[in-house]
Write a protein that binds this ligand. Structure first.
Ligand SMILES: [Mg+2]
Length: 243
C-alpha cells in the first residue's frame, strides 16, 4: 500500500494541473481486460504494460492463467514499466522476465544528476545510463551492479513513477538503441487500469493508450477497491465528458 501512496504523492509533486487537463485522460482503446489486446497487436511496435490490476491482482505472487495466451502473443513487443520499489521490481522480473523485459527508471547515489533505466530480462538485471534530451543510452551495468545487486555503497535515490512520462520514453529509447524498433514514428501503446498513472503517463509521452477494467478480485485491499480505484475511474469518466 505504501507504494501507491508514494506514487500519489509524487504525482502531485509533478504538477496538479495535469490532473485537470482532459487530454491527459484520452483513451485510444477501452478494453475489458488484457485479452482484448489481441486484435491490436499487429498495429503496434511496442506495448508497454502496467502490472498491478492490469496483468494480475495488486502485488499478486503469480500470473493469471487466463492471460497466458495473450502474454505469449505480445511477448516480442511487450515490456512492463513498474512503479514499485527495487525488491518488488525483482519479484516482477522473476514472474514475467522470461517473457519480456521489466523496467524501472531511477536515480542513484553515485550520479545524483543522472537517470538510469533498470532492465530485468531472462534472469539478468542490467542498468542503462539514460540521457533524455539526446535519447541516448549506454550500459552502466558493470559499473554499478554485480550479480543482480547494486554494488556496495550504491543506493537508489529516486524512483521515477507514472504519470511521469519519462520511464515510458526511456523504454522506447532503449528499444530504439537496441534496434528492436524503428526510430521513425514507432507506434507505441501504453496499457493500464489507472487513469492517474498509466493513461496520463501514456498521453504525456505522446503514445496511444488502452485502458483495461481494473482486475481486482474480492480479496484486494479495502482502500484500493473502495477508494482509490473508484475515484480514479470517476475522474476518468468526468474528464472524458469535458474533452
Ligand atoms: Mg495498475
Amino acid at each position: 500500500m505504501a507504494d501507491f501512496n508514494h506514487t500519489f504523492k509524487q504525482a502531485l509533486n509533478g504538477g496538479v494541473r495535469r490532473f485537470f487537463t482532459p487530454q491527459n485522460y484520452r483513451v485510444t482503446h477501452h478494453l475489458e481486460d488484457v485479452r482484448s489486446l489481441e486484435p491490436l497487436v499487429a498495429e503496434y511496435d511496442l506495448i508497454i504494460l502496467d502490472r498491478d490490476c492490469t496483468l494480475q491482482p495488486y502485488h499478486g505472487r503469480q500470473r493469471v492463467a487466463d492471460f497466458e495466451p495473450i502474454l505469449e502473443k505480445i511477448a516480442e513487443k511487450a515490456a512492463i514499466v513498474s512503479n514499485s520499489d527495487f525488491e518488488e521490481f525483482k519479484r516482477i522480473g522473476q514472474l514475467y522476465g522470461h517473457l519480456f523485459p521489466i523496467h524501472k527508471l531511477i536515480g542513484i547515489s553515485e550520479e545524483p544528476e543522472s537517470t538510469f533505466l533498470l532492465n530485468y530480462q531472462n534472469g539478468e538485471i542490467s542498468l542503462w545510463y539514460y540521457n533524455p534530451p539526446q535519447h541516448m543510452l549506454h550500459d552502466a551495468t558493470p559499473e554499478f551492479l554485480e550479480g543482480n545487486q547494486f554494488k556496495e555503497g550504491v543506493t537508489i535515490t529516486h524512483h521515477y513513477k507514472k504519470p511521469d512520462p519519462l520511464p515510458l520514453r526511456a523504454v522506447r529509447d532503449l528499444r530504439i538503441h537496441r534496434k528492436k524498433i524503428s526510430p521513425i514514428n514507432p507506434k507505441i501503446l501504453m496499457v493500464g487500469d489507472s487513469y492517474w498513472t498509466d493513461i496520463m503517463a501514456g498521453n504525456l509521452a505522446g503514445f496511444d493508450t488502452a485502458r483495461v477494467v481494473p482486475y481486482m478480485p474480492a480479496s484486494q485491499p479495502f482502500v484500493l477497491r473502495f477508494l482509490k480505484t473508484p475515484l480514479d475511474s470517476v475522474a476518468g469518466y468526468v474528464m472524458h465528458r469535458r474533452e
